[in-house]
Design a protein around this ligand. Structure first.
Ligand code: GDP
Ligand code: ZN
Length: 463
């Protein structure tokens, strides 16, 4: 699958849909330059140097109509995103113009790219491995700077690098066996067994560390589903509005994300919160909120984190107790709101009801008092040290990677128990080889075709 010449030339609009300053139409393939030339008036693109930007016009060759004034980037293989010849046409933006340019390219020899096909070619042509391809997708969807940084690092190959290193370690002992074949069997077995145990343990511990990062990786990628609940009038909408304050709200209209579900994201110290059922909290003119508690229950079921708001200026009510009970097995933070008013409930009063170590934070959302503590608590809850200070950006970011690492780890566990129980070396070696193979799959070695197709089809068009 590594031949570059077999591919036809694909085209797509690579910038997000909608009105923008500039749009980019991208072409990749053997005929990218010729096809662009057919609809371009300006320099001869076949003769310009690689990696140059060229001014000119896109014209419709059938009637010589000028479609747009453009800048055309010419990038010749192999130093390109796909390792094929790539053309990028920077045009002025309007949807109509951009589509017309794409249509012209399609009627002059290019084929419409499938979602993710540019990145798929980069993978098939050996420029990036699977974890890097996955990070391209994470980049598109990144919701906070931290999430973006992890994706960028992964694109740079930090996870692949670590995995390859660990595989090398395994390989070195598997190879050792071959070398030692000339020695008397009992000596060989003893030496190799010892070494294998050492390496297997070392690699297994590394994998374990890596697997621990998966939760953070998932949260960074998908957002932490968070429900704000409480009975009517305790301050839920006020909290929501505080969180949605401009510098915290995350614009979700990113290329490749569909907006069929209304979700709101906020960035709390690098942790993307995906607020669930905000529609139930947004007030319009509703005076009575009959559905408060029922609705809270529903939001609860979808949440990874619950922010339970209580009104400290009123005595605890049966609805409050009910919600305290309903959330007791959830990751939750209790906000004791309205501390600017005379108190009817103090944190100490809650201790009878909240017997676990749930954080209780007194706040006045109205006076934005105590909300720093809330933010710090959220960051700490999910990233022990606080994600902003986390040194390592090597994270397992998706279920595919996690699943394979888990299988590799199990195989290594088997190696270790096998060696400890004097199982014959050639049997132990089978498990060792399995670990090596599973880790290879993480970076895309011997990945089955269906997996590749499925993976890249999740990308948006033009990537
Ligand atoms: P919800 O029904 O739970 O969404 O509560 P709202 O956010 O709509 O707030 C109900 C009322 O409580 C509003 O009049 C808010 O201005 C008020 N409120 C919210 N937080 C505070 C606070 O910290 N102190 C005081 N005094 N009033 C607050
Ligand atoms: Zn309300």
């Amino acid at each position: 699958a590594n031949s570059i010449t077999a591919y036809d030339t694909i085209a797509a609009i690579s910038t997000p849909p909608g009105e923008g300053g500039i749009s980019i139409v991208r072409l990749s393939g053997d005929e990218a330059i010729q096809i662009a030339q057919r609809v371009f008036k300006g320099k001869d693109l076949a003769k310009v140097a690689s990696h140059t930007i060229n001014y000119g016009h896109i014209i419709d060759p059938t009637n010589q109509d000028v479609v747009d004034e453009v800048m055309v980037s010419v990038m010749r293989a192999p130093k390109t995103y796909t390792r094929e010849d790539v053309i990028e046409i920077n045009c002025h933006g309007g949807i109509v113009d951009t589509n017309r340019i794409l249509q012209l390219l399609l009627s002059h020899g290019a084929r419409m790219a499938e979602p993710g096909e540019f990145t798929k070619r980069a993978f098939l042509n050996g420029r990036i491995d699977l974890t890097q391809a996955e990070s391209v997708m994470d980049l598109i969807r990144a919701k906070t700077d931290k999430a973006m940084q992890v994706a960028v690092d992964q694109l740079d190959g930090s996870l692949s690098h670590l995995i390859k290193h660990l595989r090398q370690d395994i390989f070195s002992v598997l190879g050792q066996e071959e070398v030692n074949i000339d020695y008397p069997e009992y000596e060989m077995d003893e030496v190799t067994g010892k070494m294998m145990l050492e390496k297997a343990t070392e690699v297994r511990d590394h994998l374990q560390q890596l697997m621990k990062t998966a939760n953070q990786g998932k949260i960074l990628r998908e957002g932490l589903a968070t429900a704000i609940i409480g009975r009517p009038n305790v301050g839920k909408s006020s909290l929501l509005n505080y969180l949605l304050h401009e510098d915290k709200a995350i614009v979700t209209d990113v290329a490749g994300t569909t907006r069929d579900t209304l979700e709101e994201y906020v960035n709390v110290r690098g942790v993307p919160l995906k607020l669930v059922d905000t529609a139930g909290i947004h007030h319009t003119m509703d005076k009575v909120e009959k559905i408060g508690v029922e609705r809270s229950r529903k939001a609860l079921s979808q949440a990874d984190l619950v922010l339970l708001v209580l009104d400290a200026s009123a005595p605890l009510q049966s609805d409050d107790r009910e919600l305290l009970k309903a959330t007791k097995d959830k990751k939750r933070i209790i906000l004791l709101n309205k501390t600017d008013l005379p108190a009817q409930i103090r944190p100490a009063n809650l201790e009878a009801v909240v017997t676990d170590d749930t954080l209780i934070i007194p706040v006045s959302i109205l006076k934005t008092d105590g909300l720093d503590r809330l933010e710090a608590a959220i960051a700490k809850l999910f990233f022990d040290e606080g994600i902003e200070n986390s040194q390592s950006n090597v994270l397992v970011t998706n279920a595919r990677q996690y699943g394979l690492l888990a299988q590799a780890k199990t195989a290594l566990d088997d190696v270790i128990t096998g060696l400890q129980n004097d199982v014959p070396l050639d049997l132990v070696q089978i498990d060792m080889t399995t670990a090596w193979e599973k880790m290879g799959e993480v970076v895309g070695e011997n990945a089955p075709d269906e997996l590749i197709t499925q993976l890249f089809s999740q990308f948006c068009l033009g990537k």
